[in-house]
Design a protein around this ligand. Sequence first.
Ligand SMILES: [Ca+2]
Length: 510
Amino acid sequence: MRAVLLGLALFLAGLGPTAAQDPATTCKAMEGDAGAILDAPTHVTAAKLIPAAAETPAYCQIQGYIQPNIGIELRLPQAGWNGKFAEVGCGGFCGTLFSFFCENVVRAGYACIVSDMGHRSTALDAKWAYNNLQAEFDFGIRSTHVVAVAGKALTERYYGRAPRRAYYMGCSTGGRQGMVEAQRFPDDFDGIVAGAPVIDETGDALALVNAVQAALRPDGSPLLTPADVERAHAGAVAACDAADGLKDGLIGDPMACAFDPGTVLPAEKAAAVRRIYAGARNSRGEPIYIGRPLPGSELNWLNAYVGTDGKPPGYLPFMTDMFRYMNFVPDPGPGWTLKDFDWDRDPKRLGMMEAIYSGYNPDLRKFKARGGKLMVYHGWADQSVLPGSSIDYYETVERLMGGRAATQAFFRLFMVPGMAHCIGGEGADTTDYLAYLDAWVERGVAPDMLIARKAKPGAKPDNALWAPPPLRTEQIAFSRPLYPFPLQARYKGRGDPNDAASFAPAPPRR
Ligand SMILES: [Ca+2]
């Protein structure tokens, strides 16, 4: 009854929940049991109106949890709601509310929700997963879906009408969440942006373990130094930069780049770099995963595979925790180290983990049939989620879904030259994917070309990942067009090389 009355009040007010009571009271009234939300029982532990500040409008901040243990934060613009709902994904092993991801999205008029995916942790540790299949199931499959269900219901209750569109966006683990949604819960979202999706969690981990091991000597001391990595990068760029028509330090198609590190490094170090490029292999040298770090990505290996300032490589504890606690069958526990990894035996034991985390199912027929739109983007210089998996997945979908035109009617892949994991690196890494997705869903404007920008040093906003505020002309170092894969941007041979207008689409040279 209260919902009906609130709905009536909203209808009379026209724009927002202001007629019946003051906004702070309306927001506060969201606290408590969220009512019978089918499949997603939810309790709101706190709700308060956050006043407008700088560019951010006032919003009702709702915190709570979905059973058994999925923490959520939902932000509902007090006025100027655009009628649409957005869920933003997490990163790493999650366990934390990345609520700042909602800042720009709320600014753009959306109701926006984030979750911790069902457990508390840092995004880089995995102890929460040990002997905890419910938490792994929520992290792997369930949480993104029930957060959508609960988020839409709470949004409807607050405004008195259901959101007319629902979008999802996320990168890395967040990208995987988007792929799992398109594959397993095709009715949840009208549009999905999945950046650098971890669609093969265990396969990708194998390539990262290989890279970390390659950069260390057998006794654990560093073999590759930051200076070696910089030398390899300079060599790769010198070999392959110009193939896209412009020497700009960015390699347009790293998979077509044949660079031998032996030209710039001594034999032992060159062999280590070759092993990183070669990806995960068994003891017979046979590849066991399709993704591998590509030429041009070398600077992003720093702090990841190669420690700096005398510190161990950053991915060492991350990968160790993953294999200790996340359903490596059986979980080997705290005593296990990466040195214990057996390249012939252990990859075959990871099936249980992959059963929970896979986002690789290419059957998107239900998602397409209900009108869903999917944009995947991936940095060519990604050092964390290796870009081969997105390309392999896209090509597999093309084969299953009836070819390129039938696929690109609802699913497009954008590869970003020189971009690291999700954002950063040397390439043009700032793109308003949400705006392109919204235009595709709402107005049928298919993303034939995206404009990606690189901010000048110091000009990048703190939170540029989702719905980034537009850069002013004087803040832009350069811009580049992104075309649906397999098309690549090629310099026309004339015109300002810093301007996206000086590039045209070209097929790959592979
Ligand atoms: Ca180039």
